[in-house]
Design a protein around this ligand. Structure first.
Ligand code: FAD
Length: 386
């Protein structure tokens, strides 16, 4: 497995254990069938509880049965899951970073007690509703509203592109509280079986096919006050996105590594002109480029882990890593696909599947463009958004 600058040597025992557990899980439970799931547009539902049993949801949090592993261990977990498929890593990212994290950070003791153990074990599924049909890259302009009604709120609006929405028990829904001055954004824990809540699957995807995506409709859906998160403003959803983007920066490296390993193996076995194609300089240059770009992305991810562990990680640094590492994986999965010739366009080999998945990963959690603008503002002090 590609580890060109011996990063493995610096892993502690716990980090190795988590990495190895996830790698074995992917080899045994994901790899054999994921191509079929991708073709069928289905998610292997049994993985939801299996990943819960293995402690793959938010293991970097503490309390409520969560083990509080290192940020590097969490990153390695995301890397191994995405080496399987971005859909599997997305399941773990949404559940852990976008649902359990906000409950852990902004939830009341009752909310934590109620949801964290069940979500952590994979007995309940969560989703994160921020994007709307008319508000994607600019979620602060969201149109979903919450209005005070008795000892709760009525929510109205619609969310779209929501990973896991059709199978979720609870949705973290972000809405503008029109009853409060300035209509601040607030987070609501919305059980999906409440009156006025509907979810509908989106089936036409050509990317991230082994993942369930859907819409959430909210039609005067009543939510009691005790299900409101204790946070106001865009810092609520944005802090969740920083957690998830951190995992993506790691995960994309795993997808690229799987493409590289596939291409390397193929190049040493496939013969043309009486020799392995890997003996030709053109193919060697491709492998050299892939290995170099994957290694530099790995280094960036490891550095983020150090900064995050000591509490110094800035969201802009996460933007740089998400932007760089996903672009790298998008380009290198294409290069690997090319090295496999005609076989490369099939679901029998992973590169084309990763390549298709990377179109989603490049777009969600802040598009590549949006991360460019976040970096642009950080580097110049001038916002391109306003
Ligand atoms: P738009 O915002 O309309 O952007 C269209 C294009 O315009 C992009 O290329 C963008 O970069 C560019 N653009 C926009 N603004 C600017 C600007 N100011 N300057 C330059 N270029 C600009 N959302 C959730 O809330 N929860 C989820 O679980 C979730 N899961 C998803 C799963 C999948 C499979 C997909 C595809 C998306 C998911 N999303 C989710 C939504 C995702 O985050 C959005 O698609 C993303 O934020 C982009 O929004 P948009 O699609 O509306 O594109």
């Amino acid at each position: 497995m590609l580890d060109y600058v011996a990063l493995e040597a610096d892993l502690d025992q716990e980090e190795r254990l988590i990495r190895d557990t996830a790698r074995e899980f992917v080899d045994e439970e994901v790899r054999p069938d994921i191509g079929e799931h991708f073709l069928d547009g289905t998610f292997p539902r049994e993985l939801v509880t299996e990943m819960g049993e293995l402690g793959f949801y938010a293991p970097n949090l503490d309390g409520y049965g969560l083990p509080n592993v290192s940020e590097r261990a969490y990153g390695l977990l995301m890397q191994e899951l995405e080496a399987g498929d971005s859909g599997v890593r997305s399941m773990a990212s949404v559940q852990g970073a976008l649902v359990m994290y906000p409950i852990h950070a902004f939830g009341t003791p009752d909310q934590k007690e109620r949801w964290l153990p069940a979500l952590g074990r994979g007995e309940a599924v969560g989703c994160f509703g921020l994007t709307e049909p008319e508000h994607g890259s600019n979620p602060s302009s969201m149109a979903t509203t919450a209005e005070r009604d008795g000892d709760g709120y009525r929510l109205s609006g619609s969310k779209t592109w929501i990973t896991n929405a059709p199978i979720a028990d609870v949705a973290v829904v972000w809405a503008r509280d029109r009853s409060a001055e300035g209509s601040p954004v607030r987070g609501f824990l919305v059980e999906t079986d409440r009156d006025g809540v509907t979810t509908q699957a989106i089936h036409e995807k050509l990317s991230l096919r082994a993942s369930i995506t859907g819409e959430i409709g909210l039609s005067n859906a009543w939510v009691p006050e005790e299900d409101v998160l204790d946070v106001e403003g865009m810092k609520g959803p944005l802090s969740c996105l920083t957690q998830a983007r951190y995992g993506i920066a790691w995960g994309a490296v795993g997808a690229a590594r799987n493409c590289f390993e596939t291409a390397r193996e193929y190049a040493t076995e496939r013969e043309q002109f009486g020799r392995p194609i890997g003996s030709f300089q053109l193919q060697q240059e491709k492998l050299a480029e892939m290995a170099t770009r994957i290694t530099t992305a790995q280094l960036l991810a490891h550095r983020l882990a150090d900064l995050k562990a000591r509490g110094d990680l800035r969201p802009q640094q996460v933007s740089m890593a998400k932007r760089n590492n996903v672009r790298m994986a998008r380009e290198e999965s294409r290069r690997a696909r090319e090295m496999l010739g005609g076989n490369g366009i099939t679901a029998d080999y992973p590169p084309m599947r990763h390549l298709a998945n990377m179109e989603t990963v490049y777009t969600y959690e802040g598009t590549h463009d949006i991360h460019s603008l976040i970096l642009g503002e950080d580097l110049t002090g001038l916002s391109a958004f306003e």
